[in-house]
Design a protein around this ligand. Structure first.
Ligand SMILES: Nc1nc(=O)c2c([nH]1)NC[C@@H]1CN(c3ccc(C(=O)N[C@@H](CCC(=O)O)C(=O)O)cc3)C=[N+]21
Length: 286
């Protein structure tokens, strides 16, 4: 079997086109969707991602506000800034770029963001709603993965999904969203012995570990759907995923590339959530 490549850029383009129309209608109604991104410090990778998020906002007519704070900013200054954005009518989404410097509590930061503006879907209130299947902002990366499956008309119900990685922002919510769609879900992580015996049983394999090309051919069942959430650099400094694409592609049924797979979908769902937030404001006004 040779895998069909799931093109995250193409699916993103389609969704962003629909969003652009909604942004235009909202703007006409006096509610131009606005995203505020807070960047602490001067990490080059973070800066690149943030720039990309801003460009994507502007490309579909949204307002984008960048707030830069120095690496050594006091935690309270950051929390005050979030509180200010919480009360600002022209801002519908607030994203604090992670990771944060060690002297700042990510937990406190996330809990300070109003759940109604938490377009990352990281606030415990929104995570609770996701777990109980209520309408809320879903975490952008797992949400993007679900959109990719939907776009390819890959059935989830009854499938065995195996998640490798249990981070709060990717692994755990990815498993939860698949469970919400009636998959049977297995979580694997760094303490799982003999990982391949689990992953080889996966109809849908989600790799979210952060180790370059660790998922080789012998981890994959023939015809499996392989979703690569990894963002790593290989020995030549080239961007690569957690999956060894060259090895996996001939074996899988579907596979997502890196770059051009889950990454662009993450940004698309961030835009989606921000538009959703602006729509909520409109609906509450009417
Ligand atoms: N509060 C918060 N929310 C986030 O959503 C968040 C974050 N913090 N911190 C960092 C991670 C990382 N992340 C990426 C999003 C898109 C690409 C992306 O579009 N990647 C392109 C390639 C980009 C390149 O060439 O470097 C692709 O896969 O094709 C990558 C990484 C969001 N993050």
């Amino acid at each position: 079997m040779t895998a069909k490549i799931i093109d995250g850029k193409e699916i993103s383009a389609k969704i962003r086109k629909e969003l652009e129309q909604e942004v235009s209608a909202l703007t006409e109604a006096g509610i131009k969707p606005g995203l505020a991104v807070i960047l602490v410090g001067n990490n080059q990778a973070s800066r690149t991602y943030v720039t990309s998020k801003q460009k994507s906002c502007k490309a579909i007519g949204m307002k984008s506000l960048l707030i830069e704070l120095p690496e050594d900013v006091e935690e309270q200054i950051l929390l005050n800034k979030i509180a200010e954005l919480n009360s600002q009518n022209d801002i519908h989404g607030i994203l604090v770029q992670l990771p944060l410097p060690p002297h700042i509590s990510e937990e406190k930061v996330i809990e300070t963001i109003s759940p109604s503006k938490d377009v990352d879907g990281f606030h415990p209130v929104n995570i609770g709603k996701m777990m109980t299947g209520q309408d809320t902002f879903l975490p952008c990366t797992p949400f993007g993965v679900m959109q990719m499956l939907k776009h390819e008309q890959i059935a989830v119900a009854g499938k065995h999904a195996v998640i490798v990685g249990r981070s709060n922002i990717v692994g755990k919510p990815a498993g939860q969203l698949l469970l919400n769609e009636n998959a049977t879900v297995t979580y694997c992580h760094s303490k799982t012995p003999d990982l391949a015996t689990f992953t080889k049983k996966a109809d849908i394999l989600v790799a979210a570990v952060g180790r370059a090309k660790m998922i080789t051919a012998d981890y994959i069942k023939d015809g499996a759907v392989v979703i690569d959430v990894g963002m790593n650099r290989d020995e030549n400094g080239k961007l690569c995923g957690d999956v060894d694409f060259e090895q996996a592609a001939p074996k899988a049924g579907f596979i997502t590339p890196v770059p051009g797979g889950v990454g662009p979908m993450t940004i698309t769902m961030l835009l989606y959530n921000t538009v959703k937030s602006a729509k909520n404001v409109l609906n509450n006004r009417n």
